[in-house]
Design a protein around this ligand. Structure first.
Ligand SMILES: C[S@@+](CC[C@H](N)C(=O)[O-])C[C@H]1O[C@@H](n2cnc3c(N)ncnc32)[C@H](O)[C@@H]1O
Length: 435
């Protein structure tokens, strides 16, 4: 399996894992197929076995620090990777091994787990990692050294009064993303009662070995992420994607509320469900204009008011529609407009960039008039194009004609104006509306 494209976990196949790891095999056999997740040693053996078998990583965490559940941590990293991949400045929409990406792991913990997973699976990525707890910081450095990843990481032992995104201290100008599993609890009582499962219909399925310093902060997860939001309002696009995991749905909703309140309109909400009953939420936001894939930005299990504007629009074709005709209609129309358009007939995918609403009647008329004038003066379209100054992109889109499901998929790749995207989709749709 290509590590760079490893999918998220649905569940762990313990039987298969026992075939790959001798230490885990003993624990699995002893448990007669019912692992005791309340036992700290069992959880540690499982974590180590998954890391070794699936990622080739070794981990040593002090007994009184968090031992990270790997499916949950990997599913967040995999989500961030897809977010970064789907918002490449070149509209790649897949892993680009040549793209240099720099991330920041806020509160990396004793395991440095996000940093290690990011670096191990993406050879062209580098990471920064911060930590306030000396014991965890030292352990994180040990783990990075153990796995030969320390030279690709800028580690910073910080203090709580410092910025959570300390670009200056790190000596970094820009970041592609931040990743964070904040302390979830507001105080020790909140932590103890939550870990006992009080107020829930089920008990947490695994023991938590985290120390108070790792798990508690003023305001809990919401307080911590609100600090990141406030810093982001000043840093803006010095970071392309700010992301954080949240322990409670109410916290995720409050973070979205904060973003909307500050006029941020480019965000994404994800959910992590890797077996067991424990759900976690992810919120990501950006001040940039690159739009993530719809399936990443929007989940079903949260009310619409917390979701960003959809970044895709589907035009359903009739069974009788001829795909060649559909493609030729799209190509003909987009080639006649004053926009940049490239079409790949092999994959039936095209990408376009428009500097403004170039499909409205007044613009088209003016463009046609200019074209005729140029033609009369003997200037070809290509010369007209190359003579035009570099124009800013107000809308970038990808169009995929899918013969199998008989639909045209329009994806919003870039731009800050949802009305412009809607207008473009409406214009495309009218081509295929039956009278
Ligand atoms: C819930 S733990 C997460 C650890 C690890 N990232 C993981 O997912 O297993 C939160 C971590 O944030 C650290 N932390 C708390 N406040 C911090 C701050 N102001 N700056 C950096 N790290 C901080 C804690 O010491 C702890 O290691």
């Amino acid at each position: 399996m290509d590590l760079a494209q490893l999918p998220p976990y649905d569940a762990v196949n313990f039987r298969a894992l026992a075939q790959k790891d001798e230490v885990f095999k003993k624990a699995w056999q002893k448990s007669s197929g019912h692992l005791d997740f309340q036992d700290a040693d069992t959880v540690k053996v499982l974590t180590n076995a998954i890391l070794k078998a699936d990622f080739g990583l070794n981990l040593e965490v002090p007994g009184d620090r968090l031992c990270p559940p790997i499916p949950n941590r990997w599913n967040y990293v995999a989500w961030v990777q897809r977010l970064v991949d789907s918002t490449s400045p070149h509209y790649f929409n897949r892993y680009d091994p040549d793209r240099q990406v720099v991330g920041l792991d806020i509160g990396t913990g004793a395991s440095a787990i996000y940093t290690m997973l990011c670096l191990k699976t993406r050879p062209n990525w580098t990471m920064c990692a911060t930590e306030i707890d000396k014991k965890s910081f030292d352990s994180a450095v040990r783990n990075l050294t153990l796995n030969n990843l320390v030279t690709r990481t800028k580690m910073l032992q910080t203090i709580d009064s410092n910025k959570l995104i300390p670009l200056q201290h790190l000596g970094v100008e820009k970041l592609d993303f931040t990743i964070c599993n904040p302390p979830f609890f507001t105080d020790e009582n909140d932590m103890r009662s939550s870990l006992k499962g009080e107020g829930k219909s089920y008990k947490p399925n695994a023991v938590c070995t985290g120390a108070e310093i790792e798990m508690v902060c003023p305001g809990g997860d919401l307080g911590f992420v609100a600090r990141i939001v406030n810093e982001s309002l000043l840093l803006k696009d010095m970071v392309t994607w700010y992301t954080s995991m949240l322990g409670k749905l109410t916290s995720a909703k409050s973070v979205v509320g904060l973003l909307k309140q500050h006029g941020v309109n480019n965000w994404a909400v994800g959910v992590i469900e890797a077996g067991g009953q424990t759900k976690r939420w992810i919120v990501a936001w950006s001040f940039g204009d690159l739009r993530p894939r719809n399936s990443l930005a929007r989940i079903d299990s949260i009310a619409h008011e917390y979701l960003p504007f959809p970044t895709e629009y589907r035009v359903h074709l009739d069974a009788s529609d001829d795909i060649a005709d559909v493609e030729s209609t799209i190509n003909g129309q987009l080639s006649s407009l004053d926009l940049r358009w490239t079409w790949d007939p092999e994959t039936s995918v095209g990408v376009g960039e428009a500097s403004q609403n170039v499909w409205k009647r007044a613009y088209r008329r003016e463009h046609e008039r200019r074209r005729k004038e140029m033609a009369a003066a003997g200037i070809q379209d290509a010369e007209m194009e190359s003579g035009a100054e570099e124009r800013k992109v107000a809308l970038a889109f990808r169009i995929t004609v899918d013969e199998g499901v008989k639909e045209v998929l329009i994806e919003w790749l870039r731009g800050n104006d949802q009305v412009l995207f809607e207008s473009f989709c409406g214009m495309m749709h009218r081509n295929f509306k039956k009278s």
